[in-house]
Design a protein around this ligand. Structure first.
Ligand code: NAG
Ligand code: NAG
Length: 313
């Protein structure tokens, strides 16, 4: 199962020991509740994607209630109370980045709510230096459609047209801003439908042979026990066909990806959500920028709630 997407040679040259161990990992970091504040730094930076957003630092996020936690939840949100004058850069929101970096690993995000609404562009992703070296795990805009998983690299990284995955590939050239995206088939993988289902789990496995992403809805029948209960070890070999698969057949993953940070952010408008063609096609009113500035109450559901982020290495 593990090598279904690789060439036959990989199977022939792998020892039985390699095969048995291929998908097994040990618990690294189990991040729950207030531990998110220890594991992540707030990035109060100008938005690289030109959104109508003002990423605040940790003390501002705490004092304005844009970050909150309980013993078993962690919430990040955009401001939903302020009408913005035209000279403000944008609506207060948050962008956090892990203090640690990871190379080959598995990251499991147990998400109970994701930001929704016109103008929102939520994302859970990993990136490193040099740009572009990025894995988008959860991403989409304006509550529209299903989740898109993408990888972005420098030149010389393409994906085969036929892959073992349940999602649907867009571009197969991973170079640059566009990257190679895979649209998930599950309607409840993104937006209001994700929240109505009680959320679910996203998992990303990165090896030098492939990058895989899985999605399981909260009450889906096939959630692996080791995903559900975050035990001391996992075996991705039992997880079934991934939603998105990026094999190394025409892409040297070991050289295109280095040490990656985990990033979680809630962008508003910007190059994707705020593209007027995309924004209007999502059924959203007026322009993204004016909607975000003038309609604070529309952002009451613009929040992420995480039950946990668990890293296995
Ligand atoms: C956080 O941001 C606020 C508002 O810009 C600023 O006044 C404050 O000094 C910042 N705090 C830190 C610790 O940087
Ligand atoms: C906006 O989105 C449309 C549709 O995806 C695309 O064709 C166009 O190039 C985008 N415009 C910009 C400025 O990125």
């Amino acid at each position: 199962m593990k090598f279904a997407v690789c060439s036959l040679a990989v199977v022939l040259y792998s020892s039985f020991a390699d095969l048995a161990l291929a998908g097994t990992y040990l618990l690294g970091d189990n991040v729950v509740g207030s531990r998110f504040l220890d594991a992540f730094s707030f990035q109060a930076i100008g938005d690289p994607t030109y959104g109508t957003v003002n990423y605040v630092n940790e003390s501002t996020a705490v004092s304005k209630g844009l970050v909150a936690y309980t013993s078993n939840s962690f919430t990040l949100r955009a401001d939903d109370t302020t009408r913005l004058p035209g000279n403000c850069p944008g609506r207060d929101s948050v962008r956090i980045r892990s203090k640690k970096t990871y190379t080959t690993h598995v990251a499991i995000f147990d998400i109970t709510h994701m930001p929704t609404g016109c103008g929102t562009w939520p994302a859970v992703w990993e990136n490193g230096d040099p740009w572009p070296s990025k894995i988008d795990i959860v991403e989409g805009v304006n509550s529209h459609g299903t989740n898109q998983v993408s990888i972005h690299t420098s030149g010389g990284c393409t994906m085969p047209s036929s892959r073992s995955m349940t999602g649907t590939a867009g571009s197969n050239n991973c170079e640059g801003i566009t990257g190679c995206g895979v649209i998930l088939q599950e309607q409840n993988s993104f937006g209001p439908a994700f929240n109505d289902a009680g959320g679910g789990w996203y998992a990303m496995e990165r090896t030098n042979n492939f990058i895989n992403v899985w999605f399981w809805a909260r009450n889906g029948g096939s959630v692996p026990a080791d995903v559900k209960y975050s035990g001391s070890n996992i075996d991705t070999g039992n997880w079934g066909t991934p939603s998105a698969n990026f094999p190394n057949t025409d892409c040297n993953l070991a050289t295109h990806f280095g040490a990656n940070y985990v990033v979680i952010n809630i962008d508003l408008c910007g190059t994707w959500a705020g593209n007027q063609t995309v924004y209007a096609a999502s059924g959203c009113p007026s322009t993204c920028d004016s909607f975000v500035r003038g309609t604070p109450a529309a952002f009451q559901n613009a929040y992420f709630e995480f039950a946990s982020m668990v890293i296995y290495e």
